[in-house]
Design a protein around this ligand. Structure first.
Ligand SMILES: [Zn+2]
Length: 273
């Protein structure tokens, strides 16, 4: 059996926390547990029967917030500084297996505290602080301490969606256009420590597909292995197939960018003309 991934320890004024018991690689499974108890989200409250679905949800959330506020007010002031917006783990609840998984979103050093996200990481720093305000939290993560640059980087990340198919047939764009855009996207996400977000895996996956379009199998292997490090977002089985194949000639995107490629769409288009 492999060594335990985490230990429970003192997290200073925050009370108990989870810590990496050893160095963890990006994508490593930290916890995979079935819950001891499944309960409804929030607290049971009586809602007026004439309320619409939307009004009911709002009302329930408000009541739940009131309940949380009481709990949070009981915490010592230093505890309330503990909120963070750059989690180093990615968590998922799997309906099919009724299990809860926690993965390392990036490489984690031995002894580092394991953290989860408590806010919408795509909100501006000001809005995130606003969200925490009723609870008396002040987030002191790197992103919140440098809001102007961080907000600009996060907005830039959100403004780009890699679309492989469009680039593949757009001859006015250079062959390396999509790859360079995605590398820039990955660098921004790593700078913001948001590797657990869907955009990170999407950029890696797009580079992998771009190399399929360019007919470069060694690079496909390299990027498939990187996509495999985001198991919370990726289909591991599909990636394993791509890694096992020596050549990807039967993939529908294979050599889509090569005008003279035998299987390429461009070549087919040329023949039609
Ligand atoms: Zn923060």
């Amino acid at each position: 059996m492999s060594k335990p991934t985490f230990r429970v320890g003192e997290a200073g004024s925050k009370g108990l926390g989870l810590f990496a018991a050893r160095a963890l690689g990006q994508g490593e499974l930290i916890i995979d547990e079935r819950p001891l108890l499944i309960s409804v989200r929030g607290v049971p409250v009586a809602v007026p029967i004439w309320y619409s679905q939307e009004q009911t949800t709002k009302y329930q959330l408000k009541e739940f917030e009131k309940y949380l506020e009481v709990v949070l007010k009981e915490m010592r002031p230093a505890d309330r500084d503990a909120f963070i917006c750059c989690p180093n783990t990615s968590t998922n609840f799997h309906d099919a297996s009724i299990s809860y998984t926690i993965y390392a979103a990036r490489d984690i050093a031995e002894g580092e505290e394991l953290t989860l996200t408590y806010s919408d990481v795509w909100d501006t720093a000001a809005n995130r602080q606003q969200t925490f305000k009723p609870y008396g939290f002040v987030c002191a993560c790197d992103a919140c301490l440098d809001p102007v640059n961080s907000d600009a980087r996060r907005a830039k990340i959100r403004s780009f969606v890699p679309t492989v198919q469009l680039w593949a047939v757009n001859r006015s764009l250079p062959d390396d256009w999509l790859i360079n855009k995605c590398l820039e996207q990955i660098a921004l996400l790593e700078q913001e420590k948001l590797e657990g977000e869907a955009q990170y895996h999407a950029a890696i996956n797009a580079i992998m597909e771009a190399y399929i379009c360019l007919g470069n199998s060694p690079k496909v292997h390299h990027w498939a292995a990187r996509a495999r490090k985001c198991p919370w977002a990726a289909s591991i089985e599909t990636l394993d197939v791509l890694i096992a194949l020596k050549s990807h000639g039967r993939h529908p995107l294979w050599r889509m960018r090569q005008a003279k490629g035998r299987n390429g769409v461009a070549a087919q288009a040329e023949r039609k003309i």
